[in-house]
Write a protein that binds this ligand. Structure first.
Ligand code: 13P
Ligand code: SF4
Length: 302
Protein backbone atom coordinates (compact mmCIF):
# COMPACT_ATOMS: atom_id res chain seq x y z
CA UNK A 1 0.00 0.00 0.00
CA UNK A 2 1.18 3.56 -0.64
CA UNK A 3 1.42 6.11 2.15
CA UNK A 4 -1.66 7.86 0.78
CA UNK A 5 -3.64 4.62 0.89
CA UNK A 6 -2.47 3.99 4.45
CA UNK A 7 -3.65 7.47 5.48
CA UNK A 8 -7.04 7.01 3.83
CA UNK A 9 -7.51 3.58 5.47
CA UNK A 10 -6.66 4.94 8.93
CA UNK A 11 -8.93 7.93 8.36
CA UNK A 12 -11.90 5.64 7.70
CA UNK A 13 -11.05 3.33 10.61
CA UNK A 14 -10.90 6.25 13.02
CA UNK A 15 -13.79 8.19 11.49
CA UNK A 16 -11.53 11.22 11.23
CA UNK A 17 -12.05 14.38 9.21
CA UNK A 18 -8.96 15.91 7.57
CA UNK A 19 -9.04 19.68 7.13
CA UNK A 20 -6.38 21.52 5.15
CA UNK A 21 -5.60 25.18 4.71
CA UNK A 22 -4.97 26.41 1.16
CA UNK A 23 -1.29 27.07 1.94
CA UNK A 24 -0.53 23.43 2.65
CA UNK A 25 1.60 21.25 0.34
CA UNK A 26 -0.25 20.02 -2.79
CA UNK A 27 -0.32 16.41 -1.57
CA UNK A 28 -1.92 17.46 1.73
CA UNK A 29 -4.60 19.49 -0.03
CA UNK A 30 -5.18 16.53 -2.34
CA UNK A 31 -5.79 14.04 0.46
CA UNK A 32 -7.84 16.33 2.74
CA UNK A 33 -11.63 16.03 3.03
CA UNK A 34 -12.06 19.79 3.15
CA UNK A 35 -9.69 22.53 1.94
CA UNK A 36 -10.32 26.20 2.55
CA UNK A 37 -9.36 29.52 4.04
CA UNK A 38 -9.19 30.04 7.78
CA UNK A 39 -12.81 31.21 8.16
CA UNK A 40 -14.26 28.35 6.10
CA UNK A 41 -12.24 25.76 8.03
CA UNK A 42 -13.30 27.15 11.39
CA UNK A 43 -16.94 26.78 10.29
CA UNK A 44 -16.40 23.26 8.99
CA UNK A 45 -14.70 22.16 12.22
CA UNK A 46 -17.68 23.48 14.16
CA UNK A 47 -20.27 21.80 11.92
CA UNK A 48 -18.51 18.45 11.68
CA UNK A 49 -19.99 15.40 13.38
CA UNK A 50 -16.65 13.54 13.43
CA UNK A 51 -15.14 12.94 16.85
CA UNK A 52 -11.63 13.22 15.49
CA UNK A 53 -10.40 16.16 13.40
CA UNK A 54 -6.92 16.37 11.92
CA UNK A 55 -6.08 19.99 11.23
CA UNK A 56 -3.44 20.54 8.56
CA UNK A 57 -2.63 24.18 9.14
CA UNK A 58 -0.84 26.29 11.70
CA UNK A 59 -1.34 26.12 15.44
CA UNK A 60 -3.83 28.98 15.81
CA UNK A 61 -6.16 27.33 13.27
CA UNK A 62 -6.24 24.01 15.12
CA UNK A 63 -6.62 25.89 18.42
CA UNK A 64 -9.60 27.79 17.02
CA UNK A 65 -11.27 24.49 16.15
CA UNK A 66 -10.68 23.25 19.71
CA UNK A 67 -11.98 26.48 21.24
CA UNK A 68 -15.22 26.03 19.29
CA UNK A 69 -15.47 22.25 19.76
CA UNK A 70 -13.99 21.30 23.14
CA UNK A 71 -15.48 17.81 23.08
CA UNK A 72 -13.87 16.84 19.79
CA UNK A 73 -10.36 15.46 19.64
CA UNK A 74 -8.38 17.90 17.48
CA UNK A 75 -4.98 16.78 16.22
CA UNK A 76 -2.25 18.61 14.35
CA UNK A 77 0.40 16.53 12.52
CA UNK A 78 3.33 18.76 13.61
CA UNK A 79 3.61 20.64 16.87
CA UNK A 80 6.07 23.12 15.36
CA UNK A 81 3.65 25.04 13.17
CA UNK A 82 3.48 28.32 14.99
CA UNK A 83 2.56 31.51 13.13
CA UNK A 84 5.19 34.25 13.67
CA UNK A 85 2.59 36.97 13.25
CA UNK A 86 0.44 35.44 16.02
CA UNK A 87 3.53 35.32 18.25
CA UNK A 88 4.14 39.05 17.74
CA UNK A 89 1.09 40.01 19.81
CA UNK A 90 1.73 40.36 23.54
CA UNK A 91 -0.75 40.90 26.37
CA UNK A 92 1.47 43.62 27.86
CA UNK A 93 1.45 45.73 24.71
CA UNK A 94 -2.27 45.18 24.27
CA UNK A 95 -2.85 46.38 27.86
CA UNK A 96 -1.03 49.63 27.06
CA UNK A 97 -3.30 50.20 24.04
CA UNK A 98 -6.41 49.37 26.10
CA UNK A 99 -5.40 51.88 28.80
CA UNK A 100 -4.95 54.58 26.18
CA UNK A 101 -8.21 53.76 24.38
CA UNK A 102 -10.66 52.44 27.00
CA UNK A 103 -13.71 52.76 24.72
CA UNK A 104 -12.23 50.88 21.79
CA UNK A 105 -13.50 47.48 20.70
CA UNK A 106 -10.72 44.89 20.53
CA UNK A 107 -10.92 43.28 17.11
CA UNK A 108 -8.41 40.48 16.66
CA UNK A 109 -7.31 38.68 13.53
CA UNK A 110 -7.87 34.93 13.99
CA UNK A 111 -4.10 34.62 13.40
CA UNK A 112 -3.50 35.05 17.12
CA UNK A 113 -2.74 32.93 20.17
CA UNK A 114 -5.22 31.76 22.82
CA UNK A 115 -4.27 34.36 25.48
CA UNK A 116 -4.90 37.21 23.04
CA UNK A 117 -8.23 35.79 21.82
CA UNK A 118 -9.26 35.45 25.47
CA UNK A 119 -9.10 39.24 26.00
CA UNK A 120 -10.57 40.17 22.61
CA UNK A 121 -14.14 41.26 21.87
CA UNK A 122 -14.36 39.68 18.46
CA UNK A 123 -12.14 37.78 16.03
CA UNK A 124 -12.09 38.31 12.27
CA UNK A 125 -10.55 36.55 9.31
CA UNK A 126 -9.57 38.26 6.08
CA UNK A 127 -12.78 37.01 4.45
CA UNK A 128 -15.16 37.79 7.31
CA UNK A 129 -13.77 41.16 8.51
CA UNK A 130 -15.84 43.31 6.16
CA UNK A 131 -19.21 41.97 7.36
CA UNK A 132 -18.16 41.94 10.99
CA UNK A 133 -16.98 45.56 10.98
CA UNK A 134 -20.26 46.62 9.40
CA UNK A 135 -22.00 45.11 12.44
CA UNK A 136 -19.84 46.81 15.09
CA UNK A 137 -21.26 50.06 16.49
CA UNK A 138 -18.12 51.28 18.27
CA UNK A 139 -16.14 53.87 16.36
CA UNK A 140 -12.76 53.08 17.87
CA UNK A 141 -11.14 49.75 17.04
CA UNK A 142 -7.92 48.32 18.45
CA UNK A 143 -6.87 45.93 15.70
CA UNK A 144 -4.19 43.27 16.17
CA UNK A 145 -1.78 41.74 15.35
CA UNK A 146 -1.57 42.49 11.58
CA UNK A 147 -0.81 46.15 10.82
CA UNK A 148 -1.28 45.55 7.07
CA UNK A 149 -4.73 43.96 7.26
CA UNK A 150 -5.65 46.60 9.85
CA UNK A 151 -4.55 49.43 7.56
CA UNK A 152 -6.51 47.87 4.69
CA UNK A 153 -9.64 47.60 6.85
CA UNK A 154 -9.18 51.22 7.93
CA UNK A 155 -9.18 52.23 4.25
CA UNK A 156 -12.39 50.25 3.74
CA UNK A 157 -14.05 51.72 6.86
CA UNK A 158 -13.23 55.44 6.94
CA UNK A 159 -16.02 56.03 9.50
CA UNK A 160 -14.03 54.10 12.12
CA UNK A 161 -10.75 54.92 13.85
CA UNK A 162 -8.31 52.02 13.86
CA UNK A 163 -5.52 51.79 16.41
CA UNK A 164 -3.06 49.37 14.85
CA UNK A 165 -0.78 46.88 16.55
CA UNK A 166 2.63 46.58 14.88
CA UNK A 167 2.57 42.92 13.78
CA UNK A 168 2.98 41.46 10.30
CA UNK A 169 3.34 38.21 8.39
CA UNK A 170 6.98 37.70 7.33
CA UNK A 171 5.89 35.72 4.24
CA UNK A 172 3.63 38.51 2.93
CA UNK A 173 5.74 41.43 4.16
CA UNK A 174 8.77 40.20 2.20
CA UNK A 175 7.29 41.21 -1.15
CA UNK A 176 8.55 44.45 -2.56
CA UNK A 177 6.31 46.62 -4.74
CA UNK A 178 9.10 47.01 -7.34
CA UNK A 179 8.89 43.33 -8.06
CA UNK A 180 5.16 43.56 -8.74
CA UNK A 181 5.71 46.62 -10.96
CA UNK A 182 8.26 44.61 -12.99
CA UNK A 183 5.90 41.64 -13.29
CA UNK A 184 3.05 43.93 -14.37
CA UNK A 185 5.29 45.41 -17.08
CA UNK A 186 6.25 41.97 -18.30
CA UNK A 187 2.73 40.44 -18.21
CA UNK A 188 0.63 43.38 -19.29
CA UNK A 189 -2.70 41.54 -19.67
CA UNK A 190 -2.41 39.76 -16.33
CA UNK A 191 -4.46 40.68 -13.27
CA UNK A 192 -2.69 41.13 -9.94
CA UNK A 193 -4.23 39.20 -7.01
CA UNK A 194 -3.09 40.27 -3.51
CA UNK A 195 -3.76 39.05 0.04
CA UNK A 196 -4.46 41.93 2.47
CA UNK A 197 -1.51 40.84 4.64
CA UNK A 198 0.73 42.53 2.03
CA UNK A 199 1.84 46.09 2.68
CA UNK A 200 0.17 49.15 1.18
CA UNK A 201 2.71 49.64 -1.64
CA UNK A 202 1.88 46.15 -2.90
CA UNK A 203 -1.88 46.37 -2.21
CA UNK A 204 -2.07 49.56 -4.26
CA UNK A 205 -0.89 47.60 -7.32
CA UNK A 206 -3.65 44.98 -6.95
CA UNK A 207 -6.55 44.42 -9.31
CA UNK A 208 -8.23 42.34 -6.62
CA UNK A 209 -7.57 42.01 -2.87
CA UNK A 210 -9.02 39.14 -0.87
CA UNK A 211 -8.60 36.14 1.40
CA UNK A 212 -7.03 33.01 0.00
CA UNK A 213 -10.34 31.52 -1.14
CA UNK A 214 -11.59 34.85 -2.48
CA UNK A 215 -8.46 35.10 -4.66
CA UNK A 216 -8.99 31.57 -5.94
CA UNK A 217 -12.68 32.18 -6.71
CA UNK A 218 -11.87 35.46 -8.42
CA UNK A 219 -9.31 33.81 -10.71
CA UNK A 220 -11.79 31.05 -11.59
CA UNK A 221 -14.75 33.32 -12.36
CA UNK A 222 -12.83 36.17 -14.02
CA UNK A 223 -12.82 36.31 -17.83
CA UNK A 224 -9.08 37.10 -17.70
CA UNK A 225 -6.66 34.34 -18.58
CA UNK A 226 -3.55 35.27 -16.63
CA UNK A 227 -2.82 36.24 -13.01
CA UNK A 228 0.12 37.43 -10.94
CA UNK A 229 -0.46 35.76 -7.57
CA UNK A 230 0.79 37.73 -4.56
CA UNK A 231 0.17 35.45 -1.62
CA UNK A 232 1.52 32.16 -0.28
CA UNK A 233 2.25 29.79 -3.18
CA UNK A 234 0.05 26.98 -1.86
CA UNK A 235 -3.00 28.66 -3.43
CA UNK A 236 -1.65 27.86 -6.91
CA UNK A 237 -2.65 24.21 -6.45
CA UNK A 238 -6.36 25.07 -6.23
CA UNK A 239 -6.13 27.90 -8.78
CA UNK A 240 -4.68 25.57 -11.42
CA UNK A 241 -7.15 22.83 -10.53
CA UNK A 242 -10.11 25.18 -10.96
CA UNK A 243 -8.78 26.86 -14.10
CA UNK A 244 -6.42 24.49 -15.93
CA UNK A 245 -6.33 26.65 -19.07
CA UNK A 246 -5.31 29.84 -17.23
CA UNK A 247 -1.77 31.00 -16.45
CA UNK A 248 -0.59 31.82 -12.92
CA UNK A 249 2.68 33.63 -12.20
CA UNK A 250 4.36 33.50 -8.78
CA UNK A 251 6.62 36.23 -7.43
CA UNK A 252 10.33 35.52 -7.87
CA UNK A 253 11.02 36.34 -4.21
CA UNK A 254 9.07 33.22 -3.29
CA UNK A 255 6.18 33.45 -0.89
CA UNK A 256 6.32 30.31 1.20
CA UNK A 257 5.07 29.98 4.76
CA UNK A 258 7.61 27.56 6.26
CA UNK A 259 5.24 26.68 9.08
CA UNK A 260 2.43 25.53 6.82
CA UNK A 261 4.91 23.35 4.94
CA UNK A 262 5.92 21.43 8.06
CA UNK A 263 2.93 19.16 7.55
CA UNK A 264 3.80 16.22 5.34
CA UNK A 265 2.19 12.94 4.32
CA UNK A 266 4.61 11.21 6.72
CA UNK A 267 3.59 13.18 9.81
CA UNK A 268 -0.07 13.12 8.75
CA UNK A 269 0.16 9.32 8.82
CA UNK A 270 1.81 9.16 12.26
CA UNK A 271 -0.67 11.75 13.50
CA UNK A 272 -3.58 9.46 12.62
CA UNK A 273 -1.80 6.33 13.81
CA UNK A 274 -0.67 7.63 17.23
CA UNK A 275 -3.36 10.31 17.60
CA UNK A 276 -0.76 13.01 18.15
CA UNK A 277 -0.39 15.94 18.59
CA UNK A 278 -3.58 16.64 20.44
CA UNK A 279 -4.60 20.26 20.98
CA UNK A 280 -5.10 20.76 24.72
CA UNK A 281 -6.08 24.20 25.93
CA UNK A 282 -6.28 25.88 29.31
CA UNK A 283 -10.02 25.63 30.04
CA UNK A 284 -10.38 29.08 31.61
CA UNK A 285 -8.72 30.75 28.65
CA UNK A 286 -10.65 28.61 26.19
CA UNK A 287 -13.99 29.71 27.62
CA UNK A 288 -12.94 33.37 27.42
CA UNK A 289 -11.59 32.97 23.87
CA UNK A 290 -14.80 31.21 22.81
CA UNK A 291 -16.71 34.46 23.20
CA UNK A 292 -14.54 36.20 20.58
CA UNK A 293 -14.95 33.36 18.08
CA UNK A 294 -18.70 33.05 18.69
CA UNK A 295 -18.97 36.79 18.12
CA UNK A 296 -17.06 36.32 14.86
CA UNK A 297 -19.55 33.74 13.61
CA UNK A 298 -22.55 35.71 14.89
CA UNK A 299 -21.50 39.10 13.49
CA UNK A 300 -20.32 37.75 10.14
CA UNK A 301 -23.71 36.27 9.33
CA UNK A 302 -25.99 39.04 10.64
P1 13P B 1 -6.91 33.29 5.12
O1 13P B 1 -7.77 33.85 6.20
O2 13P B 1 -7.03 34.01 3.84
O3 13P B 1 -7.07 31.82 5.02
O4 13P B 1 -5.38 33.56 5.56
C1 13P B 1 -4.80 32.92 6.62
C2 13P B 1 -3.38 33.20 6.68
O5 13P B 1 -2.67 32.72 7.53
C3 13P B 1 -2.84 34.11 5.72
O6 13P B 1 -1.48 34.26 5.91
FE1 SF4 C 1 1.20 33.15 9.74
FE2 SF4 C 1 1.97 34.36 7.52
FE3 SF4 C 1 2.12 31.72 7.68
FE4 SF4 C 1 -0.25 32.97 7.49
S1 SF4 C 1 1.36 32.89 5.96
S2 SF4 C 1 0.28 31.32 8.88
S3 SF4 C 1 0.15 34.81 8.72
S4 SF4 C 1 3.26 33.19 8.90
Amino acid sequence: MTLKEDILKLKVEKNALILSHLYELDEIQEIADIVGDSYFLSKKALESTNDLIVFCGVQFMAESAKILSPNKKILIPSNETTCPMADMASLEKLEILKDKHPNAKIVTYINSNLDIKAVSDVCVTSSSAKNILANIDEEEIIFLPDRNLGEYLQEQNPNKKFILYNGFCPTHERIDKEEIVNLKNKYRDFKVLVHPECNKGVRDLADFIGSTSELINYSASSPFKGFIVVTEEGVLYKMKLKSPSKTFIKTTTGMICPNMKKITLENLYTCLLNEEYEIILHEGLRVKALKSLENMHRLSSK
